[in-house]
Design a protein. Structure first.
Lengths: 346, 343
């Protein structure tokens, strides 16, 4: 009796937003367009025939076909990274109960950078597989630190306190990064390529390294989503609903850090994707995290891929790193959020 | 009875005044010593007498070149830029009643840098035009942030958030400009991004010095009004201050000083941010900390440059040193403000 009523309740509470199927179809259609654009566009634009040949005819070997084939891993990589960043942003916003949370704004990316630079400078580390662990540790330590500072004092972690803690920590760590880097030109050479935040480094081996982290992170996100919904009502209410808030926060934060740490390790620091992806989705679908989290993955993938294509077109014949593009698109969202928020909630 | 309490108040005031004079004097002497050290120290250390003779125009083998061409411009650039950063940073912090609201954090420096890099790379201009563009861009950034943050009720917290967002965009723009720039323009553009006294040259100093002597007195003279503005809009108005005019004058002077100083030395990290709070700590409340803030700025820049030059095996630019010193202080300040619930 009791358990059946609980199931009934939870079934009822899964309120599917209006037009959800249509939105889903539209999203996937857009995603498809993004993928095609990412394969076809760039400093060399490939026509329709070349695209088909490159994708489906293995035996043809021409310049255009090779261009398309080289763009395949890059596109897959940017989709995965975008998805990871989107979910990571959604998780961070849920954990901190704060609309302005994103790996870059909270300084987590810079923390990962510092650890990677230390690894290159002091321990002669040079491969992506080793970067990833350093970046994860760096991201985790920074996340704890920033959240610790941001949640001190009255009112807990308000947006303004968290953002300032993130910006301050970011500035502190960035000056350490520069100080370590400047006298060591070999570090600068290696690090420069990493620091730009680009998906151009996407190779099949990088993708293979990335996949386990992506799966773990998204799994954590999906599992914690219902409980995070309860957390959105406030710690007291969540506790009353039987949620163990401490463990939940820890687990969800772990998921967020795994996702953004792994992305940062392989692609370099890319900002604002999490912020942008989540807010677009929330605008369309409402606040239910069981929808917001998976859809943030899709919108994150879309945003990052489109940004990458834009970067390639704007920067042609070279390319503009995707991190620059996302900052330019994403920072206005931060400004708009700040403008709309009430004074008291800052 | 009344006389007693009056006596008490007067005694407190005298005590604070003594402290102010003491602190300011100490900071001035320290600045003077650091200026001397900048001239004396280097890869070769010359005796005081030789340095003095070289400065007064005597031609001495080796000494004249090292002192007059390399060390003197470096020292002067640090001196004036440091004072300008300190004054301007303190003005913003006091006026907005929040130490975090300073040109480094809310993106004014980035606005100036972005305009300068744009002029150098896209328009291929140099010299005075770049400085003027950076001044205008700095003012435009302030105006933009202010307009965006006005909303229904003005809030410094919102202003800082918007500033951080704007800064991210401006930095992205700078990265883009550096990417499309021609190879030969990059070194000049990079000077706008890292604070350093390396390569300061005598012929670059006049704009900085002129700006300083025009606008620093304005800020210093308005310093008394500044401490009244700190009491809040209404109190200031009822004490007979034209708040709008004072505020605009102060902001414009500060931004111009910051932009021109940045044109000479690049944005030296955290000097504008650190000077005000340090000066306030030293001086205490009740007396204007405008001049002490400027002197603290000088000491930070010159001291940081000396540390960067001689304390390590590698010669670090001054911006790195002030960055490493300033960042932990920023975090400490944040922790303290959070504890007190000032945010």
């Amino acid at each position: 009796m009791n358990s059946s009523s609980v199931t009934k309740n939870s079934q009822q509470s899964l309120h599917i937003p209006k037009n959800f199927r249509m939105i889903l179809v539209i999203c996937f259609a857009f995603l498809g367009i993004c993928v095609i654009a990412s394969l076809a566009l760039g400093s060399r634009v490939v026509g329709f025939n070349g695209l088909i040949d490159g994708l489906f005819h293995r035996n043809i070997d021409s310049y255009e076909v090779n261009v398309v084939r080289n763009r395949i891993p890059r596109t897959v990589f940017s989709l995965f990274c975008g998805a990871a960043l989107g979910v990571s942003g959604a998780l961070m916003q849920a954990v901190t109960r704060n609309p302005i949370a994103d790996p870059s704004i909270l300084g987590v990316n810079t923390g990962a950078s510092l650890f990677v630079v230390c690894g290159i400078a002091f321990f002669n580390i040079s491969t992506g597989n080793e970067y990833i662990w350093l970046a994860l540790v760096g991201a985790a330590v920074t996340a704890v630190f920033v959240f610790g500072i941001g949640s001190m004092g009255r009112g807990g972690a308000t947006p303004i306190k968290l953002v300032l803690a993130g910006a301050a920590t970011s500035a502190a760590l960035a000056s350490l990064v520069t100080a370590i880097m400047i006298p060591r030109s070999y570090v600068m050479d290696q690090f420069r390529f990493w620091q730009v935040g680009s998906v151009g480094s996407g190779t099949w081996s990088a993708i293979a390294t990335f996949i386990p982290f992506l799966i773990i992170g998204i799994l954590i996100a999906v599992i914690t989503a219902p409980a995070l919904n309860a957390l959105a009502l406030g710690d007291d209410v969540a506790t009353g609903l039987g949620v163990r808030t401490g463990i939940l926060r820890l687990l969800a934060a772990l998921g967020a850090v795994v996702l953004c740490g792994a992305t940062t390790a392989l692609a370099g620091p890319i900002g604002f994707v999490g912020l942008l992806a989540t807010h677009v989705i929330r605008l369309i679908l409402g606040p239910d995290l069981r929808f917001v989290i998976p859809m943030s993955a899709i919108s994150g993938a879309m945003i990052l891929t489109v940004s990458d294509v834009c970067g390639r077109l704007i920067g042609s014949p070279g390319e503009l790193e995707v991190g620059v593009v996302t900052a330019f698109i994403g920072a206005p969202i931060l400004i708009i959020l700040a403008m709309r928020s009430k004074v008291g909630s800052l | 009875m009344i006389n007693e309490s009056l006596e008490f108040i007067m005694a407190g005031r005298r005590q604070r005044q003594r402290r102010w004079v003491l602190v300011t004097g100490f900071l001035a002497v320290l600045s003077f010593i650091l200026c001397g050290a900048m001239l004396l120290l280097g890869s070769t250390i010359y005796p005081v007498k030789d340095v003095f003779r070289a400065l007064t125009g005597e031609q001495l083998q080796g000494v004249s070149f090292a002192v007059n061409t390399i060390r003197l411009p470096r020292m002067l650039a640090g001196l004036f830029a440091g004072f300008a950063f300190g004054l301007a940073g303190n003005t913003f912090q006091t006026m907005l009643r929040n130490p975090l609201a300073n040109p480094n954090v809310i993106g004014i420096t980035s606005g100036s840098s972005a305009a300068a890099v744009f002029c150098i790379i896209i328009l291929h201009t140099s010299g005075g035009v770049v400085s003027i563009a950076s001044v205008i861009a700095g003012l435009a950034t302030v105006l933009f942030i202010y307009l965006l943050s006005r909303g229904k009720a003005f809030s410094v917290g919102r202003l800082i958030l918007i500033g951080i967002g704007l800064q991210a965009m401006l930095d992205a723009m700078i990265s883009y400009l550096l990417l499309v720039g021609a190879q030969q323009d990059i070194p000049e553009a990079l000077r706008w991004l890292t604070g350093s006294l390396n390569g300061a040259q005598m012929h670059e100093l006049p704009p900085l010095v002129a700006t300083f002597f025009i606008f620093a007195p304005i800020v210093i003279l308005l310093g008394k009004h500044l401490s009244i503005l700190e009491l809040g809009e209404q109190s200031a108005a009822s004490l007979g201050i034209d708040t709008d005019k004072t505020r605009i004058l102060l902001i414009v002077s500060s931004v111009i000083m910051i932009a021109v100083a940045t044109a000479t030395t690049g944005p030296i990290a955290f000097v504008a941010f650190l000077s005000g709070p340090i000066a306030k700590r030293l001086v205490g409340v009740g007396f204007s900390n405008v001049i002490p803030a400027g002197l603290v700025g000088v000491n930070l820049v010159l001291g940081g440059d000396l540390i960067g030059q001689f304390a390590f095996a590698y010669r670090y630019p001054v911006g790195i040193i002030t960055g490493i010193l300033g960042a932990p202080y920023l975090i400490l300040l944040l922790i303290r403000m959070n504890r007190k619930g000032e945010l």
